[in-house]
Design a binder for this molecule. Structure first.
Ligand code: PDD
Length: 289
């Protein structure tokens, strides 16, 4: 049986239901985080908690428990479900309240922690790479809905995913209103150009991915020049290598853009080195937990 943490206790997953008046459901009013546990240990917990708090504060949403308690509850969710390899989703919504946009209508936020077995991606994702499509959907305008907030309002990303799937690609890469590359529907984007690792800067309007931050550090450790910059479609087509990062698929090689091969059309060497070094670093982090 899967145990879900709901508000103030663990309940069997059939009993883990929320009100139809929850503003998370009615309006996408809330925030979330996706984490992973390896060997039963939650990776980069404090980084994810810090981002959850940042997101919540941008919505003037008070987390219902302290960050310290939340961390313990996340770890308890993994333990309770006996999960060595886990996918963890933490959701905090505005909570149930009368219909209406005013957050004051909701007295208590809803807290949900789902920890379930991690389903591995196919090996071919890493041996052959995946394809991305540049989609027509633009990334949310930062002045409208800042992409740096990990909100439950995910339609922008869903539109990109629908387009990518229709184009036969795994991920959709969105541009911003200035024609700059931003990110994928659920991942950050990296390219290698002239042996240099480049990724859209935060000013392009992206989520500051935790994996992105780790990969930039790993690159520095490998003495690889890195650059957070404004990048364009031509940079992606002209890249020697490309990859995506996120918590679930880690460093994922991209070998096709809009059906065209990237570089040699095979996962790149630098991507491979970064992935190996990322995994080794992750092992070291876990050993210390
Ligand atoms: N997505 N950009 C977007 C829009 C994302 O949704 C995500 C993560 C990332 C990568 O962030 P991180 O490295 O911190 O996972 C970038 C998670 C995995 C999700 O959608 O569940």
């Amino acid at each position: 049986m899967t145990w879900i943490y709901l508000n103030d206790r663990f309940v069997p997953h059939e009993e883990a239901v929320v009100s139809v008046f929850d503003h998370g459901f009615l309006y996408g009013d809330g925030v979330f985080e996706t984490l992973r546990a390896y060997r039963g240990r939650v990776l980069l917990l404090s980084e994810h908690l810090a981002r959850l708090e940042r997101s919540a504060s941008r919505l003037a949403l008070q987390l219902p428990v302290s960050l310290e308690s939340l961390g313990k509850l996340i770890e308890a969710s993994v333990e309770r479900n006996h999960l060595p390899e886990a996918y963890i989703r933490v959701t905090v919504s505005r909570g149930p309240g009368e219909i209406g946009l005013d957050p004051a209508l909701c007295k208590t936020p809803t807290l949900i922690i789902i920890a379930k077995p991690f389903r591995c991606y196919p090996d071919s994702f890493y041996t052959d790479g995946v394809g991305v499509a540049i989609v027509r959907t633009r990334r949310n305008l930062p002045e409208a809905l800042p992409p740096e907030i990990k909100t439950l309002n995910f339609l922008n990303n869903i539109f990109a995913k629908i387009e990518a799937t229709a184009a036969g690609a795994y991920e959709g890469v969105m541009l911003n209103h200035r024609e700059e590359l931003t990110e994928g529907a659920t991942s950050n984007l990296f390219i290698v150009q002239n042996g240099r690792l480049r990724t859209p800067g935060l000013e392009c309007g992206i989520l500051e991915g935790i994996t992105r931050g780790v990969v930039l550090n790993v690159a520095k450790g490998l003495a690889l020049p890195t650059e957070e910059a404004r990048l364009y479609v031509a940079d992606l087509f002209g890249a020697e290598e490309c990859f995506l990062t996120n918590t679930t698929h880690e460093v994922l090689p991209v070998t096709k853009v809009n059906g065209q091969p990237v570089g040699t059309g095979r996962p790149g060497q630098i991507t491979g080195r970064l992935r190996a070094s990322f995994l080794a670093g992750l092992d070291r982090l876990l050993d210390r937990l």
